[in-house]
Structures are given as structure tokens and as C-alpha cells.
Design a protein around this ligand. Sequence first.
Ligand code: NAD
Ligand code: FES
Length: 295
Amino acid sequence: MYKILRAEELTNNIFLMVVEAKRAAKNCLPGQFVIVRSHTDAERIPLTICDYDREQGTITIVFQIVGEGSLRLSKMKAGDAFRDFVGPLGCPSEFCKTPIEELRGKKILFVAGGVGTAPVYPQVKWLKEQGVPADVIVGAKSHSFLILEDEMKAVAENLYITTDDGSYGRSGMVTKCIEDLVAEGKQYDVCVAIGPMIMMKFCCLTTKKLGIPTIVSMNPIMVDGTGMCGGCRLTVGGEVKFACVDGPEFDGHLVDFDQAMKRSQIYKTVEGRKYLAAVEGDTHHGGCGNCGGDK
Ligand code: NAD
Ligand code: FES
């Protein structure tokens, strides 16, 4: 059992929990995720890691209520315990594999959208710990949806907040902020965009135009996080990939976002899953392709 040490609602239906998970905290790196299960009969939910403390043996997760599973999760309090808390899973961020000297020579821009601010935070924090500065744009619908502002301020070289309705910080979506910063003279060698699929798609269109290589996190399309359900299948540069085993991070300029968004809609129904399994055959999930997987 994995004890919840702190639980709080950050803002409208977005929750933060600090969980005792010694093994995951000891081994995780930015970009990875965990799979949590609140009760024996609850669904497994993949969540990107927001923070970790190796000494305390804790992992911080941030999630939004999007269905029955996350609603149930949100009702858990400090002192309660998760039935399962598995991780770290997925590949760490590319940064963790890049020589630090090389990173120090790069101008890095992070773009965080809404709840996607949570997985951006450990990456920026990790870079700061290595002496690598990074600029961060955080986009929220309006001021009341903004999360982790103080935490991000403490680790970002420059923090730019933008709200869709202009209620706080700059006005407009994150894509406008990227364009404005470049027009103001900022130059970036790499961008990491994490947030809703539609945001990542439009960030990639913007950075492609501006010639900035861009990494995205395809966490939103994950379902079971084990490579077996076929929920997170996507096409990257013409190749079939699975976000949970090959990612979650990919070269955003190579991701077929339209296909991924359409596919995850179809995947929501039993009929849709049967259809996808039939047309995709052995490439439907990331396992052997012959064992039945989600059937
Ligand atoms: P949101 O809808 O409030 O959007 C956040 C920001 O994204 C907006 O403020 C805006 O600046 C930008 N944005 C949205 N649509 C855009 C568009 N068409 N063009 C340009 N920019 C746009 O975000 P939310 O409600 O907090 O998002 C929840 C989603 O985030 C969920 O779908 C969840 O799956 C996803 N999420 C993703 C990750 C990840 O790893 N990629 C992690 C956590 C959550
Ligand atoms: Fe099920 Fe990746 S989430 S195969």
C-alpha cells in the first residue's frame, strides 16, 4: 500500500497528492510516469510524475477529474493509501540522456498547457539542478485555472504566463506567446510542449514555421500504460509507436496528431476498439500482437 501524505485541490477539479513510493522515487527521472490504482476494483490510471523527493521517498502527482476513476481518486485524503502505485514507467526525457555541456549550450523553451504544467515542472527543475537555464511559457484558460506558478517561478530562467481570456499575465494562447517571444528577439534551439493534444498540435505547427525542433508528451492518449491495450498507438514519422512503451515523448514535428486525436475518440467505445483491432491487426497493441491483449 502506498500512503498519501498530502492531498489538496489546487484549483477547479485539479488535485495534487504527495505519495509515499520509495522505489519509484529512488529510480524515476523527468518525463516518466506512474500507474496508480486507488482500490482493488478501480481502473489503472497513468499519470506523469510532477515531482519526486528521493530522500523522503515520495512522488507528487497532479491530476484532473475527467471520469469515474479520477473522481474516485480525488476523494482520497492524506492518510489513505493507494492499492497500486507502479513506476517509474516510460522513457525518461531526452534531456536526461544528453551530455550536460551540450545542454548548457542550448536555449530551451518549455510550453506548458493547463494540467500539462505538472509534467513540465520536474524537467525544468532537473535542468536547473544541472545548471541549465530554461524559459517557460505556462498557458491557462483563465487565472483561476493556473497551477504551480510559484514552483515554476523558482526553477524557470524566465516565466511567461498567458491566459486565454487575458485575466492574468499575457493574453492569448501559448502559440501566440511563442510567436511574440520570437518577435521580441528570443531565439530557441529546442521547444518542449506538454499539454492537451490540440495545444501540442498547434505548438508544433507554430514551431515548425519558426524552425524550432519540438518534443511533445503523448501521455493524454494512454489508457492502461502497459503496452497491451492499444490505446496509445500513434504514427511518428510514418512508423507505428506506442506512447507508453516507446514514449511518452516524441519528436512533435513527426507526430500525426490528427490521426492520434481521431483514434483516441474511436477507442472510447467497445465497438470502436473492436474496429481498431480489426483494421490494425498485429499492430493494434504494443505486445506480441497475438495474445489477445484487450480482447
Ligand atoms: P486547457 O484546455 O486549459 O488548455 C491549456 C492551454 O493550452 C490553453 O490555455 C492554451 O494556451 C493552450 N491551448 C489550448 N487549445 C489550444 C489551441 N487550439 N491552440 C493553441 N494553444 C491551445 O488545458 P487543460 O484543460 O488543463 O488540459 C487538460 C488536458 O491536458 C487533458 O486532455 C490532459 O490529457 C492533458 N495533459 C497532458 C499531459 C501530457 O503529458 N501531454 C499531462 C497532463 C495533462
Ligand atoms: Fe495501452 Fe499504451 S496505454 S498500449
